[in-house]
Design a protein around this ligand. Structure first.
Ligand code: NAD
Ligand code: LMR
Length: 329
């Protein structure tokens, strides 16, 4: 069998914590598969190019057969040239006492120029996954600056929240994570998000028959929605390895599909589905068809869920107003 042509991955923030954790998993084939060579384009801030060179030296020392080539730049037009997948991590993480939205002013300016470069020089099939916080609104900014790229190619990472929800349900019910399905993260990747178990199955049974409703509507939601802050408080820095795992889970499921009968969660540019205003980047239940994310349609939204989704959407609207005010969209 002949070796496929290399794919080009552009990773911003490649010398940062998440970048450092993710790159070696890309090199080992966990993201694109064990036979798929990859060209790695690292995009860094000028002051971190030297550190990126060090990471590139380590990648070289890993002698990974799948790494076809590594390039480092602080110029978006060079870094996104010919990109098939852009993973946008490069942004400041929050520290103790901050909400993710507090990062809007400091991080949002990064994403417009990157969107413009993606629009001009990336491959026609480009997919963009945004990690840098606040991830949903940053995704909206990138997309606004890349008008020629189809809207369904942009995603914000909420698979980390999805994984957190699975883990909490597993701990509560005693069921293995792999036997829990149809969990949904709705809304913003923030403390207003709504981790929803109303359609979830635990070992084939409705989740609300297995775990108690009071926990599912209270402590469970708070634990998942505030997990990022809990990790910062405990570790002294925001989550890194679990984020790299969630990035891999997201990309892998888009490329290879989700399990039959299950779905994942991802921030998508709303087309009005589930009453979310068009253009906001909202987390939805998604499946992958022909390597494209599709929003799962037709789920019943009861009054509890409606109120939770609307509260998170209200925050997304506020964030959109803030970036409009900053002249970023
Ligand atoms: P980090 O500080 O270790 O690394 C960030 C890197 O981005 C640095 O190397 C920095 O030089 C680089 N950078 C800054 N400006 C840049 C620019 N204009 N272009 C390219 N690179 C640039 O931070 P980290 O722990 O890797 O986290 C990165 C981001 O991811 C943060 O905003 C964090 O809040 C976010 N995050 C999101 C999720 C999620 O689930 N969506 C999870 C964890 C972290
Ligand atoms: C997370 O969810 O762990 C990240 O978004 C980092 C943060 O600031 O919470």
């Amino acid at each position: 069998m002949s070796t496929p042509a290399p794919l080009t991955l552009t990773l911003s923030g490649a010398a940062g914590q998440i970048g450092y954790s993710l790159l070696f998993r890309v090199a080992s084939g966990e993201v694109f598969g064990p036979d798929q060579p990859v060209r790695i384009r690292m995009l860094e801030a000028p002051g971190a190019v030297r550190a990126a060179e060090g990471v590139a030296m380590e990648l070289q020392d890993a002698a990974a057969p799948l790494v076809a080539d590594v390039d480092i730049s602080d110029q978006p037009r060079r870094a996104f040239d010919g990109a098939d997948l852009a993973i946008l991590v490069g942004a400041r993480p929050r520290t103790a006492g901050m909400e993710r939205a507090d990062l809007l002013e400091v991080n949002a300016g990064i994403f417009g120029p990157q969107g413009e470069a993606i629009n001009s020089v990336a491959n026609e099939g480009i997919r963009v996954l945004v990690i840098g916080n606040p991830a949903n609104t940053n995704t909206m900014i990138v997309a606004a600056h890349a008008p020629d790229v189809p809207r369904n190619r942009f995603s914000a990472l909420t698979r980390l929240d999805h994984n957190r929800a699975l883990a909490q349900l597993a701990a509560r019910s005693g069921a293995p994570v792999g036997e829990i399905s149809r969990v949904t993260i709705w809304g913003n990747h923030s403390r207003t998000q709504y981790p929803d178990v109303r359609h979830a199955l635990i070992q084939g049974r409705p989740a609300l028959e297995v775990v108690d409703r009071e926990w599912a509507e209270g402590e469970f939601i708070d634990t998942v929605a505030q997990r990022g802050g809990a990790i910062i408080a405990a570790r002294g820095g925001s989550s890194v390895a679990s984020t790299a795992t969630a990035i891999i889970d997201h990309v892998h499921r888009r490329l290879h599909g989700v399990r039959e009968g299950d779905w994942s969660s991802a921030g998508r540019i709303s087309d009005g589905s589930y009453g979310v205003p068009e253009g906001l980047v909202c987390s939805y239940p998604v499946i992958s068809r022909d390597q494209e994310w599709e929003i799962v349609q037709g789920l019943e939204v009861d009054a509890f869920s409606r109120a939770r989704i609307d509260a998170s959407v209200a925050e997304l609207i506020e964030e959109r107003e803030a970036v409009r005010h900053l002249g970023l969209i």
